[in-house]
Ligand binder design. Sequence first.
Ligand SMILES: Cc1cc2nc3c(=O)[nH]c(=O)nc-3n(C[C@H](O)[C@H](O)[C@H](O)COP(=O)(O)O)c2cc1C
Length: 173
Amino acid sequence: MDEETFDGLMVSTDAALIVVTTAAENERAGCLVGFHSQSSMSPQQYGFWLSKANHTYQVSLRATHFAIHFLTASDLAMAQRFGARSGEDTDKFRALDIHSTEQGVPLLSALPNRIVVERISMLDDGGDHVGITARVISSETTGPFAPLRLSHIGDLSAGRDNDSRAIDPKAGG
Ligand SMILES: Cc1cc2nc3c(=O)[nH]c(=O)nc-3n(C[C@H](O)[C@H](O)[C@H](O)COP(=O)(O)O)c2cc1C
């Protein structure tokens, strides 16, 4: 297996970036996500993957609803806020204008291109991320936009290292 070739292919796809937010039992969470896609046309469904290392993953285990905020090319600061810090040790939502859905999911006013989804399934296939599939229950947009892509964010280090995952698959048991 040539990991560098695979990495090169993935870099070439230049993924559009999103911020996923959620909440459970009054605990809010959110992170930058590059692994995501529409996953069904009829009904409209969306899929995304969360790292087991992330605070957002911990909260997602108890959450039913999520907001998917699509970043535009001018949203670099939001990508840094949600991608380079962890909710384990900082409140990423502090000083942001937020309103919540009836399920308590935080909607970020600064990111108005978004969908709210309800979880259908969560798949743990042994990788370092879990896949969540969800039905789209609402969508909002200010109109067509140029997405913020992987190639726009430079050398942004993730706030949580995948090696610090909550469950170590090498530990057995
Ligand atoms: C370019 C980029 C793409 C990322 N893609 C994902 C992703 O698809 N899924 C994920 O769970 N984390 C992804 N991350 C990592 C999280 O956004 C990051 O570790 C974040 O600080 C986790 O915050 P949390 O611990 O508050 O959940 C990505 C980070 C970067 C910089």
